[in-house]
Ligand binder design. Structure first.
Ligand SMILES: [Zn+2]
Ligand SMILES: [Zn+2]
Length: 244
C-alpha cells in the first residue's frame, strides 16, 4: 500500500476496503501443501448470509461451504479434496476474522469493536472486553466495590429504570458511561453469604450498571482477600465463571 493516509482520497479507499476486503496472507508457519497455500496465497474471504463464504483469489472467485465441506473450485468439486479455500475459511474463522456459519458481524455497543453474534440474536452486541456473563466477578469503576454479575437486562441505560424509578443513565455516577450502553444487574459480594453458592445470588438485592462501569476481575490476591469468606467450592465456582 503506497497511498498516503489522511487525504480525502485515502479515507474513501479505507471505506471501500472495509466493505470489499482486500486480499491478505498468513505466515506459512512451517505448513506444507494445501494448508501452506491456504495461508500464503493472497485471498479475501467474505461471508454470505446463508453461512457460505466467497473466497476471492488471484486465480478466481469461489464459494466455499465449510459445513458441507464443499467448494465450487475444481479441487473440491472435481477432485473431491479439501481445497485451500475451505482451509483458508477455517483459518479465518479460527482467527476471528470472519463470523462462523450461523453468526453475523456486529459492533460492540460500548466501544464499537467488531464482534460476532448469533445470526438471529438481536440483543445489544458486546465485545469480549465489555460483555459479562452471570457469575462473573467484576469491580465497580466508581466505588471499586466487588460485585457478581446476575444477568444482562437486554435494556440500554437510557431505557432501564431502577427500583427508585430513575433511568440508569440519569444517575450522576453514570455520567461517564454511554447512555446507549447495555445494562447489567449485579449484586455486591459483601451482601452474598458466599457459603450459599452462586445460585443464592438470585435472591439478593440487585443493582443496575452500564456495561463498561463494571470491570472484569481476575481473582488476584486482593480480591481473594475480599472473598475470603467463600468456601473453596464457591470460590472455585466464582473463578471458573470469571472472564479470562
Ligand atoms: Zn475451493
Ligand atoms: Zn467493547
Amino acid at each position: 500500500m503506497t497511498h498516503t493516509r489522511n487525504t480525502p482520497a485515502s479515507k474513501d479507499r479505507s471505506v471501500v476496503a472495509r466493505s470489499i476486503r482486500e486480499k491478505t496472507t498468513f505466515p506459512a508457519a512451517g505448513y506444507a501443501g494445501r494448508t501452506r497455500r491456504a495461508r500464503e496465497e493472497p485471498m479475501a474471504v467474505r461471508p454470505l448470509r446463508d453461512g457460505r463464504y466467497v473466497v476471492e483469489t488471484e486465480g478466481g472467485t469461489y464459494v466455499a461451504d465449510v459445513e458441507a465441506g464443499t467448494c465450487t473450485c475444481p479441487d473440491s468439486s472435481i477432485r473431491h479434496v479439501r481445497c485451500k479455500h475451505l482451509r483458508r475459511v477455517a483459518i479465518e474463522i479460527t482467527a476471528r476474522l470472519v463470523p462462523a456459519p450461523g453468526e453475523r458481524t456486529s459492533a460492540c455497543a460500548v466501544c464499537g469493536r467488531r464482534t460476532f453474534v448469533p445470526m438471529f440474536d438481536h440483543a445489544p452486541s458486546l465485545c469480549e472486553r465489555h460483555d459479562h456473563a452471570p457469575g462473573d466477578l467484576v469491580r465497580d469503576r466508581e466505588t471499586q466495590s466487588l460485585l457478581v454479575v446476575v444477568r444482562a437486562t437486554g435494556e440500554r441505560a437510557d431505557e432501564s429504570v431502577t427500583e427508585q424509578g430513575i433511568l440508569v443513565s440519569d444517575y450522576e455516577t453514570n455520567a461517564n458511561y454511554g447512555r446507549h450502553e447495555p445494562v447489567f444487574e449485579a449484586v455486591y459480594v459483601d451482601s452474598v453469604p458466599l457459603s450459599g453458592g452462586v445460585a443464592d445470588l438470585a435472591n439478593r438485592t440487585r443493582y443496575r450498571f452500564p456495561a463498561s462501569r463494571l470491570r472484569p476481575v481476575e481473582l488476584d490476591f486482593a480480591d481473594s482477600e475480599a472473598v475470603r469468606g467463600a468456601t473453596d467450592s464457591t470460590r472455585s465456582e466464582l473463578m471458573q465463571s470469571s472472564p479470562v
